[in-house]
Write a protein that binds this ligand. Structure first.
Ligand code: DGY
Length: 317
């Protein structure tokens, strides 16, 4: 059954979760990524497209937005939406939604897993065993996690969930965010540099976008120091990646667990040979349960927009 009138078309920007794509079939949906010349396609079919459904990675670029005169809603599958210019969208009266909350647990789980992995060098130990190199007491000693000082950059939903998990490890927690959070007992650091200077491990959990580019700078990495670890489950752009590569290859920080990179899926070549780095393909939210919940929430946003003209979880103003 087609829920929408034929002139109220939905634009699918990229491949999405199969169950979400199945839901999109309830509407008159066109799939931009299947067209060899998207600009020509939009010039011809752009009118009548009222909603765009996209991923956190792809968003809705300016040129696409500009080619859609009737666009009224942008629905993101993902909590991040920095790939879409929300200010530009709002100036045109276009509402924007994301999928908050449903992925918080999985991203926080992975951040803690990454911290333990890189401090105890689990993935490297696995490779060591598989190479047949196991000799009694042959594997190098690693760093204890419990009791260490952990700084969290960004104390939103995900940062708080990471902190709650780490309380169970008896770590000393501190955080930096734009302003001190109400009712939070963890120590507040006035800058990312101050946070790193007082931490054995720095976990990046801030949202991406304007104002966060290169927040973890060369100076922050220097402040973390040769015994310090970095975990990034946020966005690659939050870290000065060339500075991070230099710090890791020169041993100026002890290690890093990275789920995100500046130019995914490209990973800086010098990192590939380092046992001090855990490299993950942006999988923090990638569990069956979480991705289905994200797909369900994205579909609810689209459905409410098409039926009632409002989004279910609009991004904060
Ligand atoms: C998000 O939801 O923003 C995650 O990074 C997955 O892309």
């Amino acid at each position: 059954m087609t829920v929408s009138a034929p002139n109220r078309t939905v634009l699918q920007m990229c491949p999405l979760l199969p169950s979400l794509e199945a839901g999109l079939k309830s509407y008159d949906t066109v799939r931009l990524h299947e067209h060899p010349d998207p600009a020509a396609f939009l010039a011809e079919r752009g009118r009548g497209i009222v909603a765009a459904v996209t991923s956190a990675r792809v968003g809705v670029p300016d040129d696409v937005m500009d080619a859609l005169p009737d666009l009224k809603a942008i629905v993101h599958f993902g909590v991040g939406y920095e790939t879409t210019d929300v200010v530009r969208a709002r100036a045109r009266g276009i509402d924007v939604s994301n999928t908050p909350d449903v992925l918080t647990d999985c991203v926080a789980d992975l951040a803690v897993g990454g911290l333990i992995d890189v401090m105890r060098r689990l993935a490297a130990a696995d490779r060591y065993v598989r190479r047949g190199e196991w000799t009694p007491n042959g594997y190098p000693l690693t760093a204890k996690v419990s009791g260490k000082r952990v700084g969290i950059l960004g104390l939103g939903r995900i940062g708080r969930a990471i902190a709650t998990r780490l309380e169970g490890f008896g770590v000393e927690l501190s955080y930096h965010s734009r302003r001190p959070a109400d009712g939070v007992a963890y120590r507040y650091a006035a800058s990312a540099e101050e946070l790193a200077a007082g931490a054995d491990a720095l976990i990046v959990a801030t949202s991406g976008g304007d104002g966060t580019h290169g927040l973890v700078s060369a100076a922050v990495l220097d402040a973390l120091g040769p015994q310090g670890y970095l975990v990034n489950v946020a966005r690659g752009s939050v870290v000065d990646e060339p500075a991070l590569v230099a710090a890791l290859t020169e041993g100026r920080i002890a290690g890093a667990a990275l789920d995100v990179f500046a130019d995914e899926p490209n990973v800086p070549a010098p990192l590939l040979d380092l046992d001090s780095v855990l490299l993950l393909p942006h999988i923090a939210s990638a569990t069956h349960e979480t991705r289905e919940a994200m797909g369900g929430l994205a579909f609810t946003n689209l459905h409410r927009f098409m039926a009632e003209g409002v989004l279910h979880t609009p991004v904060p103003r």
